[in-house]
Design a protein around this ligand. Structure first.
Ligand code: SAH
Ligand code: SF4
Length: 351
């Protein structure tokens, strides 16, 4: 069985030719998939019955991703969905909307790439649940399309995409990149590459591979500490020289793609938030050109706490004084457990 939502446009062309159908049927099929969101092949009535039958006979199908639960934050700007995949697996996908004045909102979808995660970061709910499986490209695409159809009912659309849900995208490299290609191809979903960011905890060889893909997507690296000793306490799977390696990766990514890398830093009370650590980070990053995103940690079962606001702004001030570009990310959706690190499917068991 092959899901039609994992077939790239050039592969659709070949498929249509092999079925002895006229070439325009390829565009028609793609248009239907990415604008009408059909649930199965038989409902694609604009295609001739003969072609629909041929697709089914050849083993093509459309997988399911059914919404089983939806939580909306009080301000209405964050929506978390629990989706049930064809094999019963539950995954979470989040929509964050930012409404500036009266214009159309920026609508960012945050997708999961794995069920669970192997990296085991101590402050991350997903990391603490262990690893179940990789998601297929079509299951990543389905998360975006589900929100696209929800938004379309309100006359809105998906404007941005971040790979910051459950899992480590670069540990599921091939399927993640296939999903990116499907979502950015003008004949498929057609989202601008510059509107996509992949966040990684730092799978070194895959960062280099990503830089060579000739994609204009943004990269965010989750650093969390200015030295290896502290970083390994937070990211137990980090290599012995991960901090230095990651900093050089930001440089080479910029050199190859022209895109600056964002460094994410989860600020944890009493762990990595002291003024001394801020100074160490400032020295490490001075002149590097990277942008630091400080994320006051969201509470999870691990007992980690957010620093007080004064300590957060002090950390930020020390970085800025050394000309290190940085912002504090005001988390959205933490009251519905939809913020970073809070995605955990076993909430579903309580439904
Ligand atoms: N695995 C990738 C992408 C998913 S996690 C990565 O680690 O980058 C997305 C972001 O959420 C990462 O920057 C991660 O460090 C952050 N995060 C995880 N748990 C968090 C928590 N409890 N509070 C705040 N940020 C958290
Ligand atoms: Fe995995 Fe990212 Fe969570 Fe670490 S922070 S456990 S890499 S999802």
């Amino acid at each position: 069985m092959t899901d039609l939502y994992r077939v790239l446009p050039e592969e659709v062309d070949k498929l249509v030719t092999s079925m002895e159908q006229p070439r325009y049927r390829a565009d028609q099929l793609l248009h239907m998939l990415y604008n009408e969101f059909p649930k199965d092949i038989s409902s694609m009535r604009q295609l001739p019955a003969e072609m629909r039958n041929a697709l089914s006979t050849a083993g093509y199908t459309i997988g399911s991703a059914d919404e089983v639960h939806r939580v909306v934050s009080e301000d209405g700007q964050t929506t978390k969905l629990l989706l049930k995949l064809g094999d019963g697996t539950l995954i979470e996908t989040v929509l964050m909307q930012y409404r500036k004045n009266k214009g159309r909102p920026r609508s960012t979808v945050c997708v999961s790439t794995q069920v669970g995660c192997q990296m085991g970061c101590t402050f991350c709910a997903t990391g603490q649940m262990g690893f179940e499986r990789n998601l297929k490209a079509e299951e990543i695409v389905a998360q975006v399309l589900h929100f696209a159809s929800v938004l379309r009912e309100r006359g809105e659309h998906v404007t941005n995409l971040v790979f910051m849900g459950m899992g480590e995208p670069l540990a599921n490299y091939t399927e993640t990149i296939r999903a990116v290609k499907l979502l950015t191809n003008a004949r498929a979903f057609g989202l601008g590459q510059r509107h996509i960011t992949i966040s990684t905890v730092g799978v070194m060889k895959e960062i280099d591979r990503l830089a060579d893909e000739d994609l204009q997507i943004g990269l965010a690296i989750s650093l969390h500490a200015p030295n290896d000793e502290l970083r390994r306490k937070l990211v137990p799977t980090a290599g012995p020289h991960s901090v230095g390696d990651l900093i050089s990766a930001t440089r080479s990514y910029f050199k190859k793609t022209g895109r600056r890398v964002t460094l994410e830093y989860a600020l944890i009370n009493g762990v990595n938030d002291s003024p001394e650590i801020a100074a160490e980070l400032a020295t490490l990053l001075k002149g590097n050109g990277a942008h630091v995103n400080l994320i006051p940690v969201n509470p999870t079962a691990g007992g980690f706490q957010r620093p007080r606001w004064k300590r957060i702004t002090e950390f930020e001030r020390i970085l800025r004084e050394s000309d290190v570009n940085c912002t504090v990310r005001v988390e959205k959706g933490s009251e519905i457990s939809a913020a970073c690190g809070q995605l955990r499917t076993d909430t579903a068991k309580n439904l």
